[in-house]
Design a protein around this ligand. Structure first.
Ligand code: A2P
Length: 338
C-alpha cells in the first residue's frame, strides 16, 4: 500500500509517521513524505529508513492509495481534491472539509460505521475532527446514548503543540530566555491566552465554534454547545472542563461504569488518592482520560467532568490512522487486507 503523509515535517505529521509505523508497520509498502518547498532536501525516518521529502505535485502523480493530510486548511482545500480525483482516499486533519455536508467527519469508536457504509473504492475525502472535539465527544458519546445530552458547556486548556512547531519553539525560547520567532502575539510561558484560532464575527473564536459545529455533526444536531477555548503553556495534551446537562436522571456510579466500558476511554477518578487526568500522563498515549466526575449541584441532571488527551495522538494522528484501519479492514486498497 502506498501512503502519503502531507505535512510530514510538521508537528502532527511527525506523530502520524510514528503512529503509522506502530499500527500499520510493513503494510505501508511505500511511504511518501510530503512538505513544502522549504523542506526540499530533508528526510524523515520511517521503519528504520531515511526517506526523502517530496512536493505535492510529485505526490499526486504517484497516485497513493491513501493520503494523511496535516499541512493546514489552505493546502487541504487546494490539494485534497486533486488527490481524490487521482483515486486517493484523503484523511484530512485540517478544518477545510469537516463541515461539508458531503464529507464524513469521523471518530472511529463513535461513527466509524459511516466509513464502512460508504464506497471509497474510487477515492474521496474523509475529515478528521478537531483535537478538542475528538476528546470531548469520546467522553460524551456513551453518556449521550444512555441519558441524551441536551447541553454542553466546555472550557479548554490547550497545549501549544496544537499550534505547531513554531509555537513549541516559542515556549522553549521564552523558557530559555532566547529571542526567536513568535507563533502567538503575546508571551505564552507564564501566561494564558483566551484565543485559539481566529476571532469570528460572533465574538467567539473559530476553535470554539468547531467544538459547537463538530460535536453536533458527530453526535447529534440537537445538542446545544457553548465553548471557551484557551491556550496554556503546556505541551503534553489538551484538558477540558466539561459541564453536561442530560435529558434524564443519572447516577455517578452508572456514569463511571459506562465510561469504564468505553473503548478508548480511561477513567482516572480517585479523589481519595489525588488521582485525576493530567496532560503530563496523557502525553504519548492514545486514550482519552476522564476524571473529576461530580454532580453539578446548581441544577438537575447535570454532570461535571475533566477530560484530557494527547492532542497530537487521539486528537489527530491516532484518530486519522484508525480511520485508515477501517478502510483497510474493508479491503481498501485492494491488496491491503492480505
Ligand atoms: P514545511 O516543513 O516544509 O513548512 P506545523 O503545523 O507543525 O507547523 O507543520 C505544518 C506542516 O505542513 C509542515 O510539514 C509544513 O511543511 C507543511 N506545509 C505547510 N504549508 C505547506 C504547503 N503549502 N505545501 C506543502 N506542505 C506545507
Amino acid at each position: 500500500m502506498k501512503v502519503a503523509v502531507v505535512g510530514a515535517t510538521g508537528m502532527v505529521g511527525g506523530v502520524m509517521l510514528q503512529v503509522l509505523e506502530e499500527r500499520m508497520g510493513a503494510k505501508v509498502g511505500t511511504l511518501l513524505p510530503v512538505a513544502s518547498e522549504r523542506s526540499a532536501g530533508k528526510t524523515v525516518r520511517f521503519m528504520g529508513q531515511d526517506i526523502a521529502v517530496i512536493g505535492l505535485e510529485e505526490a499526486v502523480k504517484a497516485k497513493p492509495d491513501l493520503a494523511l493530510f496535516s499541512a493546514g486548511g489552505g493546502t487541504s482545500l487546494e490539494w485534497a481534491p486533486k488527490f481524490a480525483d487521482a483515486g486517493t482516499i484523503v484523511i484530512d486533519n485540517s478544518s477545510a472539509w469537516r463541515m461539508d455536508p458531503d464529507k464524513l467527519l469521523i471518530v472511529p469508536e463513535i461513527n466509524g460505521h459511516l466509513v464502512e457504509e460508504t464506497d471509497f473504492s474510487r477515492g474521496g475525502i474523509i475529515a478528521n475532527p478537531n483535537c478538542s472535539t475528538i476528546q470531548m465527544v469520546m467522553a460524551l458519546a456513551p453518556l449521550h446514548k444512555r441519558y441524551t445530552v441536551q447541553r454542553v458547556v466546555v472550557s479548554t486548556y490547550q497545549s501549544v503543540t496544537g499550534t505547531g512547531m513554531k509555537a513549541v519553539r516559542q515556549l522553549e525560547d521564552e523558557r530559555q530566555g532566547r529571542e526567536g520567532e513568535k507563533a502567538y502575539p503575546y508571551r505564552i510561558d507564564g501566561n494564558v491566552l483566551a484565543r485559539c484560532d481566529v476571532f469570528l464575527d460572533n465574538g467567539y473564536t473559530k476553535e470554539e465554534m468547531k467544538l459547537v459545529w463538530e460535536t453536533r455533526k458527530i453526535l447529534d444536531p440537537a445538542i446545544r454547545v457553548t465553548a471557551t477555548a484557551v491556550r496554556v503553556p503546556v505541551t503534553g495534551g489538551h484538558s477540558e472542563a466539561v459541564n453536561v446537562q442530560f435529558a434524564t436522571e443519572y447516577t455517578l456510579e452508572e456514569v463511571r461504569r459506562l465510561l469504564r466500558a468505553t473503548p478508548g476511554v480511561e477513567l482516572v477518578d480517585a479523589p481519595e488518592m489525588d488521582a485525576y487526568p493530567m496532560p503530563l500522563h496523557a502525553n504519548g498515549k492514545d486514550s482519552v482520560f476522564v476524571g473529576r466526575l461530580r454532580r453539578d449541584e446548581s441544577q438537575p441532571n447535570t454532570l461535571n467532568m475533566w477530560v484530557v488527551a494527547d492532542n497530537l495522538r487521539k486528537g489527530a494522528a491516532t484518530n486519522a490512522v484508525q480511520i485508515m484501519e477501517l478502510l483497510v479492514g474493508q479491503g481498501i486498497p485492494q491488496a491491503a487486507k492480505a
